[in-house]
Write a protein that binds this ligand. Structure first.
Ligand code: ATP
Ligand code: MG
Length: 365
């Protein structure tokens, strides 16, 4: 069986370091591993519109931002197909068919959707499109017969839902038209759901607690220096807490042994730094400066590549256009399998037309 990846992001804002450790970095590694037959990276504008339907300009603007972020982290259009969801109408058709295979109560149980409904104040009135986006996501994955979906932890319920739909579809309509995907979470647990700079929830474009990949060096430095740490750690000599302390969470996600050698040689590793902080006598400014050095080192090459792509914006749109054409071809192939399995292939099934004609002929005789 072919090894195929599908993954993507909502064009609701620029991409941030949570996306980077949660998904983007891994995507680039998988892309460059040469182990995959096809890689599809989708800008999910239809999904973004489910909770931004009143603000189409925001979605339109962020398509380009996300595309620039993709290219700047090293996604390569020669190796990965970058495309825009709305430009592949087959995905919408597939969603319509899948809606029959999922109950309302099943969607209501989805913990990510539940949390997002609260976060977006949708409790009183949930747009039907938003409520059903996990079904639409199953279409995105299965239209490309993806075998692997590398994403953050918030996507676990979506993958479960997708697998259920695939099993149900294949059981009811027979055959193997659809492929069950596997999820791939980051190995480092901290990277599965990076918290925001406010120390709350996850870093999310819709909350505004983000360090963006495209932030300039000074903005990153300011955000790091203003980060939430430990409210009980007031004087340097006070014992501090590393759990729930976003600076240490980020160090868990980003620091490597060589960073200690380079920037903090007096500590052997992260455990030694944590131990000193917990004991007391280690100030927040010092650890924040350390984190800033690490982030700048990681983000600098990304910023530089972005500047290059910014010089040819028309070229970036061309990449997305070509990718969307390719995605449409692939999705249409799957749709033909699906329509055949579901018996909605009236005009391409010559046997059907012949058999019906014979039946009516027989009635007449
Ligand atoms: P929105 O607030 O509009 O939903 P978002 O920041 O949650 O935006 P998405 O486009 O929904 O971003 O998510 C894209 C991908 O990034 C998904 O695979 C998701 O799991 C991953 N991701 C998003 N935020 C984080 C985070 N804070 N830590 C790790 N992974 C994340
Ligand atoms: Mg999200």
């Amino acid at each position: 069986m072919e090894k195929i990846i599908l993954t993507g992001d909502r064009p609701t804002g620029r991409l941030h370091i949570g996306h980077y450790v949660g998904s983007l970095k891994r995507r680039v590694e998988l892309q460059n591993s040469g182990e995959f037959d096809k890689i599809y990276i989708m800008i999910a504008d239809v999904q973004a519109l489910t909770d931004n339907f009143e603000n189409p300009e925001k979605v339109r603007q962020n398509i380009l931002e996300v595309a620039l972020d993709y290219l700047s982290v090293g996604l390569d259009p020669a190796k990965s197909t970058l495309f825009i969801q709305s430009q592949v109408p087959q995905l919408t058709e597939l969603t319509t068919y899948y809606m029959n295979l999922v109950s309302v109560s099943r969607v209501e149980r989805n913990p990510t959707v539940k949390a997002e409904i609260q976060q977006k104040n949708f409790e009183k009135s949930i747009p039907v499109g938003f409520f059903t986006y996990p079904i639409s996501q199953a279409s995105d994955i299965t239209a490309f017969k993806a075998t692997l979906v590398p994403v953050g932890e918030d996507q676990l319920p979506m993958l479960e839902q997708c697998k259920e739909i695939v099993r149900r579809f294949n059981m009811i309509y027979g055959g193997e038209a659809l492929v069950e995907p596997d999820i791939m979470l980051p190995e480092n647990e901290t990277c599965r759901r990076l918290p925001g700079t406010d120390g709350k929830a996850k870093m999310s474009k819709s909350i505004g607690n983000c360090i963006y990949l495209s932030d300039d060096a000074e903005t990153v430095r300011k955000k790091v220096m203003d980060m939430y740490t430990d409210p009980t750690h007031i004087k340097v000599s006070d014992p501090g807490h590393v759990e729930g302390n976003a600076v240490f969470t980020y160090l868990d996600a980003f620091s490597k042994p060589e960073h200690f050698e380079k920037y903090l040689p007096e500590y052997e590793n992260l455990d030694a730094l944590k131990e000193h902080y917990t004991r007391g006598g280690l100030g927040d400014v010092k650890i924040k400066k350390f984190l800033n050095s690490i982030l700048q080192e990681e983000l600098e090459p990304i910023r530089a590549r972005r500047k290059e792509y910014e010089k040819d914006i028309a070229g970036v749109y061309e990449i997305l256009k070509k990718g969307s054409e390719e995605a449409r071809r692939v999705a249409e192939n799957t749709l033909q399998d699906v329509r055949n399995a579901m018996k909605i292939n009236y005009f391409s099934d010559e046997e059907l037309i012949k058999a019906q004609a014979a039946k009516y002929q027989a009635n007449k005789d």
